[in-house]
Ligand binder design. Structure first.
Ligand SMILES: Nc1ncnc2c1ncn2[C@@H]1O[C@H](COP(=O)(O)OP(=O)(O)OP(=O)(O)O)[C@@H](O)[C@H]1O
Ligand code: NI
Length: 339
């Protein structure tokens, strides 16, 4: 699901008065450690308070780094917190969400913590310019009364200040027929709307791209086209977070995989390693649920994020012996919560 954009910038994270993006630098532990992350998420937690009084623990102590020229695919079952994580990175959570941790974005100006940036800074310097978002349910993000061309032209003008040929160039990049640009959103197929949203996300040529389920509802040819586009963006030196429950697409295109369950990462590392030799029982279960793995579903359901059990949230579905560990332990380039 896609969380609604928040109406204000209020989170318990203290948004300082002084601008933090730009020449003023902020110390970053990860940079000192030399992780080389373009975007480094550290101990990120998101709680969303519901009107009923209960709290959705949507993201729990999540840490990972996105590196230049690489695609990290974040996979996990529906409702595990993937979209909330993307929304937290971009400051797009609703006002009833509480965010903790840090999201360091490194650019030529130095590193800055996006969780402490003001709404104005995020709107004018980050979203679309440094980080492009291809939102989940892309069609619903288009303005219904304006053609795709008019929306794309406006965004190109705003972000780049030049128009000549750029709109057509973007259309070609995402595989849209330029004639399709003159259609209104209700005239677009799901796949066309998805490609318009992709073109909008790329309009400002952002170095980091968050793609939230960019292949949902697409046929095989368009899925392949979309993942090929993400691959070529990464090969050109951009940084991509691909959020998906299409593990087969993730497996095909990602350099790194992060497996999320009930708001936590259970396993993280190079995609080839996780695919050929998954360590966590949940990762193994996801692999077995693929056609190549025999289409064996994981029995049971994920727990409710308003009522998480203490300790490992996967425990009740896990066929293996529980170590009781919830935090990731690192083994070289790989990390796993329980092995
Ligand atoms: N605005 C919101 N208000 C309250 N709860 C929300 C809100 N947005 C998301 N949630 C809840 O947060 C949890 C994580 O949702 P999220 O949309 O991140 O899942 P997801 O992994 O992206 O799932 P999907 O694969 O279906 O898109 C869910 O329990 C969801 O109901
Ligand atoms: Ni989602």
């Amino acid at each position: 699901m896609t969380p609604a954009p928040r109406g204000d910038a209020s989170t318990p994270v203290d948004h300082g008065q002084a601008p933090i993006l730009g020449p003023q630098k902020v110390a970053c532990a990860h940079d000192q450690q030399g992780s080389g992350g373009v975007l480094t998420v550290e101990a990120l937690s998101v709680r969303i308070r519901l009107a009923s009084g209960s709290t959705v623990r949507a993201v729990n102590e999540v840490s990972f780094a996105l590196r230049r020229g690489r695609i990290l695919a974040l996979v996990g079952e529906s409702g595990c917190g993937k979209s909330v994580l993307a929304a937290a990175i971009l400051g797009l959570l609703p006002g009833n969400a509480q965010v903790r941790g840090s999201v360091m974005l490194t650019s030529e100006d130095g590193p800055a913590d996006l969780l402490r940036a003001s709404e104005h800074e995020l709107a004018t310097r980050v979203r679309g310019r440094r980080i492009g978002l291809i939102p989940q349910s892309a069609a619903s993000h288009l303005t219904p009364v304006r053609t795709a061309r008019s929306q794309l032209t406006e965004v190109v003008r705003l972000l780049q200040g030049r128009e000549a040929g750029r709109v057509e160039q973007l259309a070609e990049q995402v595989g849209l027929d330029p004639a399709d640009l003159d259609l209104y959103p209700h005239e677009l197929s799901g796949g066309m709307a998805q490609r318009v949203a992709t073109a909008l996300a790329l309009a400002g040529d952002p170095p980091v791209i968050l793609a939230d389920e960019p292949t949902a509802g697409l046929d095989r040819v368009l899925v392949d086209r979309t993942v090929d586009l993400l691959r070529s963006l990464a090969d050109d030196g951009r940084t991509v977070l691909l959020i998906t429950h299409d593990l087969a697409a993730a497996e095909r295109v990602a350099d790194d995989l992060a497996v999320m369950y009930a708001g936590r990462l259970l396993e993280l590392g190079p995609a080839v390693d996780l695919v050929s030799d998954p360590w966590h029982d949940y990762t193994r279960g996801l692999m077995r649920a693929l056609p190549a793995g025999g289409l064996v579903p994981i029995p049971g359901r994920p727990p409710s994020l308003t009522d998480l059990p203490p300790g490992c949230a996967f425990h009740r579905r896990c066929p293996g012996e529980c170590s009781g560990d919830v935090g990731l332990s690192w083994y070289g380039e790989r990390a796993v919560a329980c092995r």
